[in-house]
Design a protein around this ligand. Structure first.
Ligand code: ZN
Ligand code: ZN
Length: 340
C-alpha cells in the first residue's frame, strides 16, 4: 500500500510517501481502506520523537475513517462496504480495564494507531468491532475521521469533569481542533463556558461556537474569578498543559476539577501541594475517547447538535504541509489528510 511515513524523527520535512506492506489482520479483525485521517498535535510530538513506543519506519495517524475492505471470519457485526469511524486504539476486550468499560486504558490489545500499529497515513489499517462505529449516511467520511479525537476527546473530558447544568467550565487552547469542539459540546450540555485563547482575533469564532466569555493572557484566572463573583470555576478542561497550568489551577473554585487533556510542551508543571490539600481540588487525567463516546458523538453529529469543523483538507502527499499548518496554529478546526 501507499503511505505517508517517516524513517527518522525531525521536522515536517521527514514525512514522505513510500510503498509499505499492507497490514495483516487476524480472524477477529478487519481491514479498512482509509478515506481520511485527521492531523493532531499528538502527531507533531510523535514525528519529533517524543514517544518511546514509536518504531521506525512509522506510519502515523490515529484519527481515521474509511470503508471496510475485508473482514476476518469471526466478524459478524461488519461487512465489506461499511463506512466506519475508528477510535484511536484497538483494545483487547478481555483485560480488567476493558471489562470495566475503559477501553482507552487497555494496554493489552493491538494498541494505538501510529505508535503500536500502522496508522491512518497509510492506505489501509486494521480495525476491530471494539474500536469501529458505523457512520450514518448523513455523515461524510472526512467528518467521520475527526469525530473520535477532535470531538470525542472533549466529550470524554467533559464526562471526567462531572459537571451539572449551569456549572462554569473553563477551556484552554479553545481555538484548537479539540478546543473548539469542547466549547461547542460544553454549551450543548448546558454549562457556562469560559474559553481561553492566545489568538484574540478568534474571539468571534469562539462566541459563535458557544463561549460565554473569551479570555486571553497569562493571568486569565483574575477574569475567571471576576466572572464567577470571586468563587472560581467548577472545572477546567486543560488542553494546552504547561503554558496555562498555573493560571488554570488558580481559576478553580474549592472542590473543583482540573481535567488534564493535553500538553503542548512536553515536560513538568509546578504544583504547590497546598492547593489540592486546602481546597480539595481534584486533578483528573483524561485520555482519548472510548468507543462508547464515539458512538455518542456520532449520534450528536447525525442529529445536527454538534457541527464538526474541518479547517483544511489536503491529499496525503501533502502531509508535511499539513503538519506545518497545524504548527502555525492558524487553522480554525481540524486539518485532515485524504487518500484517493
Ligand atoms: Zn488526535
Ligand atoms: Zn484490554
Amino acid at each position: 500500500m501507499k503511505a505517508g511515513l517517516f524513517t527518522r524523527f525531525g521536522g515536517p520535512e521527514v514525512l514522505h510517501q513510500a510503498e509499505v506492506p499492507t497490514p495483516s489482520y487476524l480472524a477477529d479483525q478487519m481491514l479498512v481502506r482509509t478515506h481520511a485521517c485527521g492531523v493532531c498535535g499528538h502527531d507533531l510530538l510523535n514525528r519529533q520523537g517524543h514517544f518511546p513506543g514509536t518504531r521506525l519506519p512509522c506510519v502515523m495517524g490515529h484519527e481515521i475513517s474509511g470503508v471496510v475492505e475485508e473482514v476476518g471470519p469471526l466478524i459478524q457485526q461488519f461487512a465489506p462496504g461499511d463506512r466506519v469511524a475508528l477510535t484511536q486504539r484497538i483494545s483487547c476486550g478481555t483485560c480488567p480495564t476493558c471489562r470495566a468499560g475503559r477501553d482507552n486504558l487497555c494496554r493489552n490489545g493491538p494498541g494505538f494507531y501510529g505508535e503500536d500499529i500502522s496508522g491512518g497515513y497509510g492506505q489501509f489499517v486494521i480495525a476491530s468491532p471494539r474500536n469501529a462505529v458505523r457512520l450514518p449516511d448523513s455523515i461524510d467520511l472526512s467528518t467521520g475521521a475527526i469525530l473520535s479525537c477532535a470531538v470525542g476527546t472533549g466529550f470524554h473530558a467533559l464526562g471526567r469533569a462531572r459537571l451539572q447544568p449551569g456549572d462554569t467550565v473553563l477551556i484552554t487552547a479553545a481555538t484548537g481542533g479539540v478546543g473548539i469542539h469542547t466549547v461547542e459540546l460544553a454549551k450543548l450540555m448546558g454549562y457556562r463556558v469560559l474559553a481561553i485563547t492566545s489568538s484574540e482575533h478568534k474571539s468571534e469564532l469562539l462566541k459563535n461556537a458557544g463561549a460565554d466569555h473569551v479570555l486571553s493572557g497569562s493571568d486569565f484566572h483574575k477574569s475567571a474569578r471576576d466572572i464567577t463573583e470571586g468563587r472560581g470555576v467548577d472545572a477546567v478542561i486543560e488542553i494546552a498543559g504547561a503554558p496555562t497550568f498555573a493560571a488554570s489551577l488558580r481559576s478553580l473554585s474549592a472542590g473543583a476539577r482540573l481535567v488534564m487533556v493535553g500538553n503542548v510542551q512536553p515536560g513538568n508543571v509546578q504544583l504547590n501541594p497546598a492547593i489540592p490539600i486546602l481546597r480539595e481540588v481534584e486533578i483528573v487525567g483524561s485520555g482519548h475517547a472510548l468507543v462508547a463516546d464515539l458512538q455518542r458523538v456520532i449520534d450528536l453529529v447525525a442529529r445536527g447538535q454538534i457541527k464538526p469543523r474541518i479547517a483544511h483538507s489536503l491529499p496525503i502527499e501533502q502531509a508535511a504541509e499539513a503538519h506545518s499548518l497545524l504548527a502555525q496554529g492558524s487553522a480554525a478546526g481540524r486539518v485532515v489528510l485524504t487518500h484517493h
